[in-house]
Ligand binder design. Structure first.
Ligand code: SDX
Length: 392
């Protein structure tokens, strides 16, 4: 009656929480945000519209979307004091190290939105995080290349503003390429939320103790950085570059199957999807559209397509139900747009922030919410008595 999906009892017994945001059917390769299929949202919606949907539960009316976009736009600036925070990092610091530090520091600047008992402050903090992540990520990039920070231009779209802050320079006007803007906005949609993945669960667990939202999102950024999770998009492109030409694919397929070799096909496999990740389908399609529109090619795209083809027909991958995931093709587009691989996971964090804050709000607003406390199976020694050092 409420559109609830009946879970397999086994699954329910292991579920960590109830949530109304995102539904995944890993066997069927289905991903829904508040009931809407990811493919339809990627094709017809915008990241701002999907952000509203995740936060509020319904697609916005035109007025609601305009109001929401204005609210987010109003928070894109960063406290000037935080600019000096960047100057404490080495220029070659990984952008995710910078994002962890700067986002964690936000609670030292925005005290008026850290009282989590106040739903108004919770939503202000959520809007601030969604709005400031593009500014923070763009500044991390600018700092790494020794270029001046570019302030937000709120006459641009959310994604257009981010492109200009990243690639614009004071010396020249910056014109947002609509094809790139649309592709990147779609990539943000594909990364917005994904049920109880490792980083979202980190945000929920941190939030369950009553920690302020900025600290919780910094914890999520730290978890996302791992190569088994959000760091896979950077690792997948580095893997494709290492493979280079299609004739070298069989060697890497053999390594991925060798249990004595730690090598894994990055961008392949998933804890939940045992079918094609629907986001990877959209991502591959977006590569084709962007390349055709910009009249660019990248031999690594051909290598990726052939790697996918070979893996999907290899008995090992078929038996293990290993398919491309969201990270397999994303690096190819991000690289074509001009982002260095070190920025790929920062972009994932930028987009996933709306999912993290929506999941955090959903948990905190539940009056029955308690602190998370995972248990363990103890495998250590049975109780025993202390021995003085001269008796050991
Ligand atoms: C993301 O949870 C989410 O929703 C995450 C995410 C999100 O949006 O938040 O979707 C984003 O993190 C996507 C995943 C990105 N990571 C990668 O692409 C890294 C490469 N993938 C692997 O590290 C792996 O597939 C994981 C970590 C994603 C999942 O690992 P699991 O849980 O071990 O996968 P599994 O249990 O299904 O593995 C089954 C078998 C295992 O072998 P056996 O123990 O049965 O002998 O397949 C093997 C695995 O070793 N295997 C792989 C493989 N992935 C799994 N073998 C070779 N290459 C791979 N990529």
């Amino acid at each position: 009656e409420t559109g609830k999906f009946t879970y397999d009892p086994g699954f329910t017994s292991t579920a960590s929480c109830d949530s109304a945001l995102t539904y995944i059917d890993g066997d069927e390769g289905v991903l829904l945000h508040r009931g809407y299929p990811i493919g339809q949202l990627a094709e017809h919606s915008s990241f701002m519209e999907v952000s509203y949907l995740l936060l509020n539960g319904e697609l916005p009316s035109s007025d609601e979307l305009s109001q929401f976009s204005r609210t987010i736009t109003r928070h894109t600036m960063l406290h000037e004091q935080l600019m000096t925070f960047y100057r404490g990092f080495r220029r070659d610091a990984h952008p995710m190290a910078v994002m962890c530090g700067v986002v964690g520091a936000l609670s030292a600047f925005y005290h008026d939105s850290t009282d989590i008992s106040d739903p108004v402050q919770r939503m202000i903090a959520s809007h601030r995080l969604i709005a400031k992540m593009p500014t923070i990520a763009a500044m991390a990039y600018k700092y790494s290349v020794g270029q001046p920070f570019i302030y937000p231009d709120n006459s641009l779209s959310y994604t257009g503003n981010f492109l200009r802050m990243t690639f614009g320079v004071p010396a020249e006007p910056y014109v947002v390429n609509p094809v790139v803007e649309r592709a990147l906005d779609r990539i943000f949609i594909l990364h917005a939320d994904h049920e109880q993945n490792a980083s979202t669960s980190t945000v929920r667990l941190a939030g369950s103790s009553g920690a302020n939202p900025f600290a919780c999102i910094a914890a999520g950024i730290a978890c996302l950085w791992g190569p088994a999770h959000g760091g896979a998009n950077e690792a997948a492109l580095n893997m494709l570059r290492e493979i280079g030409t299609p004739d070298r694919i069989p060697h890497y397929i053999a390594r991925a199957k060798d249990k004595n070799d730690p090598f894994r096909l990055m961008g392949f496999g998933h804890r939940v999807y045992k079918n094609y990740d629907p986001r990877a389908t959209v991502m591959q399609q977006t590569v084709r559209e962007v390349f055709a529109s910009l009249n660019v090619t990248d031999p690594l795209f051909e290598t990726a397509l052939q790697l996918e083809e070979i893996a999907l027909n290899d008995p090992y991958f078929v038996e293990k139900k290993l398919f491309p995931n969201v990270d397999f093709y994303s690096g190819i587009i991000l690289s074509a747009i001009g982002f260095p691989t070190a920025m790929f996971t920062a972009l994932f964090a930028l987009a996933r922030t709306v999912g993290w804050v929506a999941q955090w709000n959903e948990m905190i607003s539940d009056p029955g919410q308690k602190i998370g406390r995972p248990r363990q199976l103890y495998t250590g020694p049975a109780q025993r008595d202390y021995l003085p050092v001269d008796k050991r």
